[in-house]
Design a protein around this ligand. Structure first.
Ligand SMILES: C[S@@+](CC[C@H](N)C(=O)[O-])C[C@H]1O[C@@H](n2cnc3c(N)ncnc32)[C@H](O)[C@@H]1O
Length: 336
């Protein structure tokens, strides 16, 4: 799993920034929502254009310090909320006409470098992975859930082939002592034996835990549904994803809103029902060679966007039913 960061340099590179700006066009002014403020890379760039306003969200309260700095530079034009984007509908923005909503999923440089957050397998200590506003930690998951539950989490959220063996080993070891980050990495290494030269052996398991702890599936689905409702006509919803599960959800949602499924290719196109969203580019936009050279971790970034064509509030999509099997796995955390 990748983030919008270069780990060995303090410089922050907002991924696909130029492309995002060319899609949401802040040069003509307007109010935008940055659902993943992070280090404020997107927000700052939008505010550099006059007559713009940004409502920024981040679940991590430590982003607020950066937001305050940006607010000083652009007084009255940035509102920061420590809120998860799944609860976007809780924002009181009735009188705002929202021109663009952006998501840059994953975690930031500051978060991965914070040993207390435990997002990286390079740090030792108690398992955590809470990005902010969470109900339980990765330590609760690993040390309390049943082996068949762990197996599902590793398999569906991490695409981990050895999910079963790893879960069994965890259950055996935790009879003796609580499993921390180092123990977990060792268990994975011992089970997987063969070294993967592309990614660290623990990457997939860590990704699956992060998804569960931060309820990333339901957050994304509700974030997308609420965004599609809030946008005004001609407004743009743009999302940068970093792994296949996220991209699958975004792609499905965008297609379900922009394609007319009711018209079969065999039936005569007498009456085509109205489309409320347009997806101008079917394939995702990926970082340019220049960006890849400057910031190699951007390589898994994929940008997709849709444009709202009508001022409607009801969204017709079967996204909740389609990904219900993933939400059910995420709900395993509710017993912790
Ligand atoms: C990759 S960073 C965003 C970087 C940002 N675009 C920039 O240029 O600085 C992702 C941010 O999204 C936040 N985040 C992740 N999931 C979230 C959620 N469900 N609700 C709100 N913020 C979330 C994380 O805390 C993190 O700060």
């Amino acid at each position: 799993m990748e983030a919008t960061i270069a780990q060995d340099t303090p410089k922050h590179y907002p991924v696909l920034l130029k492309e995002i700006i060319s899609i949401i066009t802040p040069q003509y002014g307007g109010t935008f929502i940055d659902c993943t403020f992070g280090q404020g890379g997107y927000t700052k760039k939008i505010l550099e254009f006059k007559d713009t306003k940004v409502i920024a969200l981040d679940r991590d309260i430590s982003s607020e310090i950066i937001a305050k700095r940006i607010q000083k530079k652009f007084p009255q034009r940035l509102l920061f909320k420590n809120l998860t984007f799944g609860k976007l509908n809780n924002l009181k923005i009735k009188n705002e006409s929202i021109k663009g909503i952006v998501f840059d999923l994953g975690y930031s440089l500051n978060q991965i470098k914070d040993p207390l957050k435990g997002l990286s397998f390079s740090y030792s200590g108690k398992l955590n992975m809470r990005m902010g506003l969470n109900d339980f930690s990765a330590s609760d998951v690993i040390n309390k859930l049943e082996d068949n539950e762990l197996e599902k989490i590793f398999k569906y959220f991490g695409d981990e082939r050895q999910a079963k063996q790893i879960s069994k080993k965890i259950i055996n070891e935790r009879k003796e002592k609580e499993i921390d980050t180092e123990n977990l990495v060792r268990i994975i290494e011992e089970t997987k034996k063969r070294k993967n030269f592309k990614i660290h052996n623990a990457t997939k398991i860590f990704q699956s835990l992060r998804i569960l702890v931060n309820k990333e599936i339901s957050e994304l689905i509700y974030g997308l549904i609420n965004s599609a409702k809030i946008l005004k006509k001609d407004g743009v919803l743009a999302v940068v994803t970093f792994h296949s599960l996220e991209d699958k959800i975004v792609k499905y949602f965008f297609k379900s809103l922009s394609e007319d499924k009711s018209v079969s290719r065999y039936s005569p196109k007498i009456e085509q029902s109205e489309k409320f969203f347009d997806m101008p580019i079917k394939k995702p936009i990926v970082p340019s060679n220049t960006e890849l050279t400057e910031n190699p971790p951007s390589r898994s970034g994929k940008l997709r966007y849709i444009i709202k064509k009508k001022n409607i509030y009801e969204i017709k999509s079967d996204i909740l039913e389609k990904f219900d099997y993933l939400i059910k796995i995420e709900n395993l955390g509710s017993k912790l």
